[in-house]
Write a protein that binds this ligand. Structure first.
Ligand SMILES: Cc1cc2nc3c(=O)[nH]c(=O)nc-3n(C[C@H](O)[C@H](O)[C@H](O)COP(=O)(O)OP(=O)(O)OC[C@H]3O[C@@H](n4cnc5c(N)ncnc54)[C@H](O)[C@@H]3O)c2cc1C
Length: 320
């Protein structure tokens, strides 16, 4: 069976969920061979094997942490050269897309970004994308070279499928470009204890209707009752009520959770662009004519200051 390279996103050996989802998709088109780079790369092997990786290629070097993406591209290309895979799958983070694009240019291949599904096809893997505020679903395949495909988080279920996961050291020679852009400092973001916005299975967002930073507590309380991440519209972010890192939309983050709850958000096209692929969309808005209601699976016409606390209470009561 053809091998499929899966680029591993991990933090000190802890594999992030989107990579496990990629393994589910990779198994549909071949045998997953994982590529884990940087500190703790070898510690990823158990989780990757548990989810179907037949092999785990690992490399660690100071370059991965000290410079921007090029050393990682060099390593992924070394894995590509060693394996000659049928496809290369990369998580659709900002970094993942840059790595994938650079690899595709280097190996002369077509690339598909932000896929939301993937299936085997007679002429290579077929990727599904969602376009124009979810007005269109497209299917496409790469017609030149080895398909390089980035896949959005939450596009597939994580499935256990134990495989050998044999660890092999990957030999990487860094290109002259690798050390072109040095990381000069790092400031870790303060942890909220909530899941990462782009990876969360549930996102609860607030918009201008929340009417003040001090009121975002009710959005956070609903998020916490559901174990969700908190998002915000640009109007809420521009007003200084919530950090830009939580902005959902065209100029913010793109999310694709199982459940997206929009509170006091009108549903402007630029907001929709960042959440249109959410599986189930719920909106709370006091204006029955708000465009967000064109998009939702469930809508509540009502005042969020009444609806959201009641919802939180109900969720907490049912958990109890
Ligand atoms: C180039 C460009 C890029 C942009 N990028 C983004 C982006 O990344 N993300 C983004 O979100 N926007 C983006 N925007 C802005 C976008 O066009 C909208 O202005 C913005 O999304 C509106 O935010 P909102 O829905 O919170 O506010 P509004 O459009 O003002 O809507 C507020 C909603 O809250 C409802 N409401 C008010 N009070 C209550 C209440 N008590 N209970 C219930 N409902 C209530 C109202 O009925 C209304 O529907 C961008 C715009 C441009 C031009």
């Amino acid at each position: 069976m053809a091998e499929v390279l899966v680029y591993v996103d991990h933090v000190d050996g802890a594999v992030r969920k989107p990579t496990l989802e990629l393994l589910t998709l990779a198994r549909r088109i071949g045998e997953p061979v994982a590529v884990a780079l940087g500190a703790g790369a070898e510690n990823t092997a158990a989780a990757l094997a548990e989810h179907g990786a037949v092999k785990v290629l690992t490399a660690d070097a100071p370059e991965f942490a000290e410079y921007l993406v090029v050393p990682k591209v060099d390593a992924l290309q070394a894995a590509y050269d060693a394996v000659s895979p049928a496809a290369v799958l990369v998580p659709s983070s900002a970094e993942g897309k840059e790595i994938a694009a650079r690899l595709a240019v280097r190996i002369g291949s077509g690339i598909i970004t932000d896929a939301v599904d993937l299936e085997a096809g007679d002429e290579g893997p077929v990727a599904t994308q969602s376009a124009f505020a979810a007005s269109f679903t497209t299917k496409s395949r790469v017609s030149k070279g080895t398909p390089v495909i980035t896949v959005k988080p939450n596009s597939a279920a994580v499935e256990a499928a134990p495989a050998a996961g044999a660890v092999e050291a990957l030999s990487v020679t860094f290109s002259a470009l690798a050390t072109g852009t040095k990381v000069t400092s790092r400031t870790p973001r303060e942890s909220t204890g909530r899941p990462e916005l782009t990876e969360a299975a549930i996102v609860v967002s607030g918009g201008r209707g929340v009417n003040g930073a001090e009121n975002f507590g009710i959005i956070e309380a609903l998020a916490d009752s559901l174990g969700a991440a908190v998002g915000a519209s640009r109007a809420a972010v521009d007003a200084g009520w919530y950090p830009h890192s939580n902005q959902v939309g065209q100029t913010g983050k793109s999310v694709s959770p199982q459940l997206y709850i929009a509170n006091g958000i009108s549903g402007a096209i630029q907001h929709r662009a960042g959440m249109q692929t959410s599986k189930t969309i719920v909106a709370v808005n006091k204006d029955a004519e708000a465009p967000i209601f064109d998009l939702v699976d469930y809508g509540v016409v009502g005042d969020l200051f009444q609806v959201v606390p009641q919802l939180t209470e109900e969720v907490n009561a049912r958990k109890g």
